[in-house]
Ligand binder design. Structure first.
Ligand SMILES: [Fe+2]
Length: 252
């Protein structure tokens, strides 16, 4: 497995490139418009890879995605949750779907909460073993924190319901073994998490299970109350950014 990450330290966004040495195929997850589509194409070329798949873990509201632009530039398959409410064509991903880059297996978990279309991608390197090696958690789980439930919701009841969904998704994530590495879509002062978000880019399921503040609330009511207690203000231009990422008419 070939692994690389690209961070934007201004916005606290992370994106990832995963490849397979033998087939030369690569997957890019959550590419950032601020880094440009060309950056990912050149990075793949430098690693001897060509981009076969581009996936966004969810409809981002805090930064502009380069997924559509990159999939066109690389002639790669653009794959999103089948729940993504976008206005352009894509390959729909559903719970339990698996696709392969040579020996790298990517398994799709539907993990609603932060948004209804949130996904986690569980990776195995079948050359080395059948157990999960790492999980790209999107905005479900961060280092020290979890994804906020309010960016796409307008009523208090809908935000609470999204927080409950987030609790169930995190509960499921905690079924993974301790050693599994965690690679979130954000770090630091990103708008998509809360007060406890670390500036560190990655972690493990075991460390988060023990020390992530919100994961210590093992009761859904307590979790919802804790999560809603200290919500940050939403990103200033969330509505406009979300419309851009949805490909809504007149947004670009
Ligand atoms: Fe997000």
């Amino acid at each position: 497995m070939i692994w690389a990450s690209v961070q934007d330290t201004m916005t606290g966004c992370s994106s990832y490139l995963v490849g397979d040495e033998l087939t030369g195929q690569a997957l890019v997850v959550d590419p950032l418009h601020s880094k440009t589509a060309a950056h990912y194409v050149l990075m793949a070329q430098d690693l001897g890879l060509s981009i076969a798949y581009v996936v966004d873990t969810h409809t981002h509201a805090d930064h502009e995605s380069a997924a559509r632009e990159l999939s066109e530039a690389a002639q790669a398959t653009l794959a999103l949750s089948h729940r993504a409410p976008v206005h352009f064509a894509y390959a729909p991903l559903k719970e339990g779907d698996r696709f392969h880059l040579g020996s790298v297996e990517v398994e799709v978990w539907e993990m609603p909460g932060h948004t209804p279309d949130s996904l986690c991608l569980v990776l195995r390197d079948l050359d080395r073993g059948g157990e999960p090696w790492l999980v790209m958690t999107g905005d479900v789980l961060f280092v020290g924190d979890v994804g906020r439930p309010d960016l796409g919701e307008s009523s208090e009841a809908a935000v609470k319901e999204a927080a409950r969904a987030q609790f169930r998704s995190l509960d499921r994530l905690m079924e993974l073994p301790d050693y599994v590495e965690v690679y979130p879509a954000h770090f630091g002062a990103s708008h998509c998490g809360g007060l406890y978000m670390s500036r560190k880019y990655c972690s493990t399921i075991g460390y988060e299970r023990r020390y992530n503040t919100l994961l210590q609330a093992r009761d859904p009511d307590r979790f919802v109350a804790e999560q809603l207690k200290f919500l940050k203000p939403p990103p200033e231009n969330a509505r406009k950014v979300r419309a851009l990422n949805l490909g809504a008419a007149g947004s670009s």
